[in-house]
Structure formats: structure tokens, C-alpha cells
Design a binder for this molecule. Sequence first.
Ligand SMILES: Nc1ncnc2c1ncn2[C@@H]1O[C@H](COP(=O)(O)OP(=O)(O)O)[C@@H](O)[C@H]1O
Ligand SMILES: [Mg+2]
Length: 292
Amino acid sequence: MGHDPHPPAEALTCLGDRLGGPISARLVSDRRGSRAWKVRGPRGAAAVKANAPGGGERDKAAETAQEDRHLRALTAAGAVGAGYRLGGGTWDAGQWLAVEWVEGALLWHALAPAREADGDTPALRALLLTVARTWAAALSGLHEAGWAHADVQPTNTLITGTGTATVIDYALACGPADPLRLPYRGALVHTLAPEVAGRLLATADDHHVQAAPPSDVWGLGASLFWCWTGRRPIRYESDAPFNDKLGRIASGDALDLAAERPWSFPEFEEIITACLTTNPALRPSARALAIG
Ligand SMILES: Nc1ncnc2c1ncn2[C@@H]1O[C@H](COP(=O)(O)OP(=O)(O)O)[C@@H](O)[C@H]1O
Ligand SMILES: [Mg+2]
């Protein structure tokens, strides 16, 4: 790991009191111009995010600053725990943000045993329902505070061994009007809701499309579909032009879950199918899904 970039010194200084010393940092993610590290000390661990210097994507520093603003607002609204945001600020190449480290596996890994043909066990059934309900509960807190997460997808939730989901990555969230915000132009395409895809196709690249709670519910269903079946819910070639993918998504024409599932689990299938209702007004609320 000797060649890995280090987190900004400002972030380490900020975390020093909290984590104690010595502290160590491990790069855990480096993609699309944004990096994340696990920073650990004798008294605990934190996640530090920062834009990659000189990265091709200029807006990543602005996006990190935006996530910091979102976390402050969501904390004030009670939708994110008071201790989650640990610090944030500028460094010589941009912007950094520190949050509590969330222990857990990425959804794809957490659901790996449930993707197997012999995955139909009481423990894995319980895991799938707990993931769906706790993820929906986390989203309902945002929704009831007037926000949508707007990037609900498998790498933005972490799953404990018993299936409790914790939502991370509030960079693109859509809430009360904010004159500083970057226009929202969708996030990961594979979990994008049809109504968002349709608005993206109909508007210019610099036009802000406000994502709403039902789009998060689609993202939840799309993520569960993908990580349980191994297939993304809408069919398109990976190298298809972006607007063609958006067009397919805007049609809302998802694959048949019954044909793709590794084994039959009607209660879980109903959740996914309800989330993937094309008309956003007819999707269940996150609160209703959380209650089960
Ligand atoms: N608070 C956290 N706890 C544990 N892991 C995290 C945390 N924040 C980020 N990560 C890890 O870093 C990855 C990237 O972070 P994320 O906030 O999703 O940023 P981005 O998608 O903009 O790169 C996540 O998918 C996760 O693996
Ligand atoms: Mg992310």
C-alpha cells in the first residue's frame, strides 16, 4: 500500500483528538475523482472522503463540500445521527469530509450466499427481509425530513452480519432549495428511477432535476433485485449510449423477477416488485416498507 495516496493532513489533525494516536489510514475507495480512507486510532475509526487532486472530474471538490452541507442540514433535521459528521473543510487540492466509520459489508457481498441456488434457509430469508426493512427505515427518516437520498445503490449502504443496513454517501441528496447546490443529473444509472431518467432526457445538462422519495424507493428495489438475482433490473448493453440506457429505464420495463430469482421467496419478491412500480405515485412509501 506504500504508493497509496494519503488523506489530507487537515483531516488527520481534526481526527487526532477523537481517535488518539498513533493513527493509520487505509485507502478503501478511489473512483470517479473521489477517494475514501478508513482512518483508525486507539480510540476508534472514521471514514475520510476527499476529491482526488487534478482529477478529471472538477466538480468532485464541490460535491464533497455539498455533502458536508447536506450532513449539517440532515443532522439539524434529526435525519442523520448527531455524531455521524466528524468534520470537514478545505485542503490544498480541494475539500475533505470526515464521518463515523460504519462497520459492515457492501450489499453485493452481504447477499452473496442468498444468490446461490441453495440459499433458501431461514437465516438468509431473515437477512433479506431485515436488509429491506432497515434500509427502508433509514430512507424514511430522510423522506420525512423533506429529503431524498438520490443515490440509493449497492455501494451506498453497509450491512451488518444480522442484516441491518446503514445508508452512507449523502453527496447528491435532494432537499430544501439550496442556491449553492450542483444540479442533480442522476447517479448510478443501474438503480435510477424511470421518472428521473425521463426528466434527464427531457432537460439540459445544467438543469437541476429534484429527486423525490419515490425515486429512492425504486433505487432500493433495483438494488435488492440486482444483488439477489445477480442481474440489473433493466436490460441494456453495458456499452450502449447513455441516453439509450436512460430511454430503456424511462420505460420502467424491468426484467421478470420470477424468471431471475435464485429461489422462490414471495414475501421478499413482493417488496421488490412493489418498489419497481413504474408509476412513482403507486410505489409504497419507505415507511410502509420499513414496517413490513
Ligand atoms: N462512513 C463509512 N463507513 C464505512 N465505509 C465507508 C464510509 N463512507 C464511505 N465508505 C466506503 O467508501 C466507499 C466510497 O464512499 P462514498 O461515500 O460512497 O463516496 P463516493 O461514492 O462518492 O466515492 C463506500 O462505498 C464505502 O465502501
Ligand atoms: Mg457512493
